[in-house]
Design a protein around this ligand. Structure first.
Ligand SMILES: NC(=O)c1ccc[n+]([C@@H]2O[C@H](COP(=O)([O-])OP(=O)(O)OC[C@H]3O[C@@H](n4cnc5c(N)ncnc54)[C@H](OP(=O)(O)O)[C@@H]3O)[C@@H](O)[C@H]2O)c1
Length: 272
């Protein structure tokens, strides 16, 4: 484990639960100061208190905001500025995705997930990336997914957003090479979180990594200045290679049949 996060201020988006919460806990454990961002203020405040109890020091900063709102990122950036917070590590983790047949699911959540996974991530990266380059240090971790590497029937728009994050992050890493700013994409496979909450789809915890493992592996890879991280079990990385070697229509068919076995083609909303 690499401990060298002391002196780093990290902005973690989507920190209220799931993987983002695990990133915040692991960053604090490694000595970073964290800024917690999501929409659920209560959860963020509870986490800030937990971090203080476990690690002491100044309380984590809490910023509530909606990254999918067209003016959400700008309001968040203003808040950072007004509080005099300087970010050394931007961890673009917040993400959401619609599951089920594209035409059979409402369009609104899918558009919002594009706003969150793509536009929100771009806006924060653009503003904070410019500050990092001006200082010649720090970095950005964009959380993508193994879903980025092939078309995913029944998660079609979600996988599309993650393919965007993959391509964008690789290009930005090259643009910023030599500036002192490190850019890395992380591609987890299935993680045991509430990602599918509110729908009939489920994540099989036995076939999924824990958020804590994924967070620790990602932060190790970033500390080693890797350009890409495949946190969690090794099979996730191996599957991204087979997706790169096979013709695209074949990968689409295989992914479709995999997701049908998980009954994702029958996904319906359920009460929470
Ligand atoms: N779970 C998996 O199997 C898996 C696999 C590969 C990659 N990933 C990626 O890992 C990341 C984290 O996923 P997760 O599984 O931890 O999901 P999750 O448990 O659903 O958590 C999502 C986080 O994003 C925040 N969020 C959602 N909408 C937001 C918005 N409009 N503005 C600001 N924050 C928002 C949520 O907080 P609020 O609701 O409080 O805003 C929450 O903190 C995502 O990018 C996801 O695509 C997940």
């Amino acid at each position: 484990m690499k401990e060298d996060y002391r002196g780093v201020t990290a902005l973690v988006t989507g920190a209220s639960k799931g993987l983002g919460r695990a990133y915040a806990l692991e960053l604090a454990r490694r000595g970073a100061r964290v800024i917690l961002l999501a929409r659920s203020e209560g959860d963020l405040r509870k986490l800030a208190a937990e971090l203080r109890e476990q690690h002491g020091g100044p309380e984590a900063e809490v910023i509530t905001g909606d990254l999918a709102d067209p003016d959400g990122p700008e309001r968040i950036l203003r808040e950072l500025h007004d509080r005099g917070l300087t970010v050394d590590l931007l961890l673009n983790n917040a993400g959401a995705g619609s599951v089920g047949p594209f035409l059979g699911r409402p369009i609104e959540p899918q558009l919002r997930s594009v706003g969150l996974n793509v536009s929100g991530l771009l806006a924060l990266t653009h503003a904070i990336g410019a500050e990092l380059v001006a200082r010649g240090s720090g970095g950005i971790i964009n959380v993508s997914s193994t879903a980025a590497f092939q078309p995913m029937p029944y998660q079609a728009s979600y996988a599309g957003t993650k393919a965007f994050v993959l391509s964008f992050t690789e290009a930005l890493a090259e643009e910023l090479r030599g500036t002192g700013v490190h850019v890395m994409a992380a591609h987890p496979g299935a993680i045991a979180t509430g990602f599918f909450d509110g729908t009939s789809a489920t994540i099989d915890a036995k076939a999924a990594d824990t958020p804590a493992t994924v967070a620790a592996d990602t932060l190790d890879d970033y500390a080693r200045r890797r350009s890409v991280s495949y946190p969690g079990r090794a099979v996730n990385r191996a599957l991204t290679w087979s997706a790169r070697l096979l013709p695209r229509p074949v990968t689409a068919r295989l992914a479709g049949s995999f997701n049908r076995r998980l009954r994702l083609h029958e996904t319906v909303d359920v009460g929470q």
